[in-house]
Design a protein around this ligand. Structure first.
Ligand SMILES: Cc1cc2nc3c(=O)[nH]c(=O)nc-3n(C[C@H](O)[C@H](O)[C@H](O)COP(=O)(O)OP(=O)(O)OC[C@H]3O[C@@H](n4cnc5c(N)ncnc54)[C@H](O)[C@@H]3O)c2cc1C
Length: 530
């Protein structure tokens, strides 16, 4: 059976081709003076020497579970840079003592009851693609051990309602499996985080994930119609399938973004979309980043809402084109603009958006005779990036991303402040490296930025280097008034910044809800609240 890498992205038999590796290597050497040197292979799971499970008694047979070294290591963390560097070097700081695989709500309830009896902590685990320490069983010593609650067997599609364009699913279903079930109905989720192939509906909801559709369909928040949840004490509750309601605060909102703090999301009714029949994407080049941002703002404020609206800064535009074509050219900021519709031609909307872009000095790629590579190249690289990161980590480099959001009045200045602070930290820590930026989501009131940084790692010191850069970057984001995360969530890694960001009355309300539902504090302790 195909197994997922415990130390990287995807399956054990996947990775960059040798041609892609060669291209990446020459890119790094040419532009950043970083010479790739393959490091040693990650150790086999059997060589990791995990400590014995600490749980005081074996689990009941009422749900499936495992204490195999592979299962424990795969559930010992997410897929952040920090996780992968540790795993690759054979360091597994917090293996769960047991991995549970409930296949129904009653099995899940039986699991929670047993966890309660033995005094352990429990960590909901969807696809395990968290990049913020959300699934690492790093919990206070008062617990007798940790149970990773793997939801992959709760993965059925329960109903499709084509009339209301809704689907009812179990929360452990992966993105591609959901789309495969919707396709015969002419529907699709149209939610494509870069982790789409390995992340789950429950994980998307628990982290308020963002798909790569940049405007209308961007975040999962607006796609949730109703939820079924199981509280840590085993109580099952479900909200009603309604288009909207005004009976008190939104009950779904308590669970959207709850990161496993309050219990387990087990089922969801989600809003889905007809498969598009008409699609068009165009790249528009600008002389200045500020002009591209101005165009993006005008387009969303005009109510046009393209599914793709993404500004690549010159560095990101150059790297995307170079990775795809191997050609290095002076690059300018690029606005990628795409419309799709199941019902009507999109030319008129595209023309209207291009007119806004032209008014800000944009030149469409075709009008300038530029290769369409910038658009196609960016798309290709989107789902290859996690494999690129694995290769970079294998070469001993520091390579990570972070994202944030900010209102329009600060957007351009904020981009420069955050990029410069991050670059300074990269140069200080690594001597050489780069910071690339793009926007991922645009709203009438603001925009989300996504930065990628990489630089030379010193063998054995990469985690210290990375921590210093991550702190400098997140501090710059906080100073500039941005959020510590627009869509990657808080997890354990951003918890120190959540203190500044969230109002104390909100914290009091959430902690009150947690105390009522989870008096032992056993559900994913450490996320959101440091
Ligand atoms: C290469 C890569 C690319 C990524 N790209 C994106 C992107 O484009 N957009 C984006 O938003 N994110 C992205 N992420 C981050 C991550 O994929 C998202 O946070 C995703 O939503 C996590 O889903 P998951 O199923 O893997 O959840 P997990 O990682 O398993 O869990 C995440 C958090 O949710 C909790 N949780 C999971 N399932 C449930 C449940 N059923 N009930 C209650 N709590 C639960 C966990 O306890 C944890 O706190 C990326 C990550 C990687 C590694």
């Amino acid at each position: 059976m195909r197994r997922r890498k415990y130390w990287g992205w995807g399956y054990e038999d996947e990775g960059l081709s040798s041609a892609e590796e060669a291209r990446l290597g020459s890119l790094l050497a040419t532009f950043f003076g970083v010479t790739p040197a393959p490091g040693s292979a990650p150790p086999p799971v059997e060589a990791l020497g995990l400590p014995a499970s600490r749980l005081p008694s074996p689990p009941p047979a009422s749900f499936a579970s495992s204490v195999s070294a592979y299962d424990r290591v795969l559930h010992a963390g997410g897929r952040s840079y920090r996780d992968l560097v540790r795993f690759r070097s054979g360091r597994v700081d917090h293996p769960p003592d047991l991995v549970a695989f409930p296949a129904s709500v009653s099995e899940l309830v039986a699991c929670l009851e047993w966890v309660d009896r033995v005094g352990a902590a429990v960590i909901p685990f969807g696809g395990g693609t968290s990049v913020t320490g959300g699934v690492e069983p790093a919990v206070p010593a008062r617990f007798s051990g940790t149970v990773s609650l793997d939801l992959s067997r709760l993965n059925r599609v329960l109903a499709v309602d084509p009339l209301a364009q809704l689907v009812h699913v179990e929360a452990g279903i992966l993105g591609p499996d959901l789309d495969a079930a919707l396709k015969p109905h002419g529907l699709s989720i149209r939610h494509y985080p870069q982790s789409y192939y390995f992340s789950t509906v429950g994980g998307w909801i628990a982290t308020r994930s963002g798909g790569h559709y940049s405007t209308l369909l961007g975040k999962i928040d607006t796609r949730v119609c109703a939820l079924e949840v199981v509280a840590p004490n085993g109580t099952v509750g479900a909200t009603r399938k309604l288009p909207s309601s005004s009976i008190g605060p939104d009950p779904n909102a308590l669970w959207i973004g709850s990161e496993g703090l309050l219990g387990v999301i087990t089922k969801a009714w989600l809003r889905v979309h007809p498969l598009p029949r008409f699609k068009k994407t165009v790249g528009v080049q600008f002389q200045e980043l500020g002009h591209a941002l101005e165009a993006a703002r005008r387009i969303v404020q005009a109510g046009l809402y393209p599914v793709h609206l993404r500004v690549l800064d010159p560095f990101e535009a150059m790297m995307s084109a170079a990775f795809t074509s191997g050609l290095f050219e002076e690059a300018r900021p690029v606005l990628i603009l795409g419309f799709e519709s199941a019902a009507q031609e999109v030319d008129a909307m595209l023309e209207a958006a291009l007119a806004q872009a032209a008014a800000c000095g944009g030149k469409t790629a075709s009008a300038r005779g530029t290769k369409a590579d910038e658009v196609e190249g960016w798309r290709h690289i989107f789902f290859r990036q996690p494999y690129v990161r694995d290769t970079l980590i294998g070469w001993g480099l520091i390579a990570d991303t972070f994202e944030t959001a900010i209102p329009w009045d600060r957007a351009e200045a904020f981009y420069h402040e955050v990029r410069e602070a991050t670059l300074e930290a990269v140069e200080e820590q690594c001597g050489a490296g780069a910071v690339l930026g793009r926007t991922t989501h645009a709203y009438p009131d603001g925009v989300a930025f996504y930065f990628t940084f990489f630089g030379r790692g010193r063998p054995g010191e990469q985690l210290e280097q990375w921590s210093a850069i991550k702190k400098a970057a997140t501090d710059a984001v906080a100073r500039g008034g941005g959020t510590a995360s627009h869509h990657h969530a808080c997890g354990r890694d951003h918890a120190p910044w959540s203190e500044q960001e969230l109002p104390s009355i909100w914290k009091a309300a959430l902690l009150g809800a947690k105390a009522a539902l989870d008096p032992r504090g056993a559900m994913n302790p450490g996320v959101v609240f440091p």
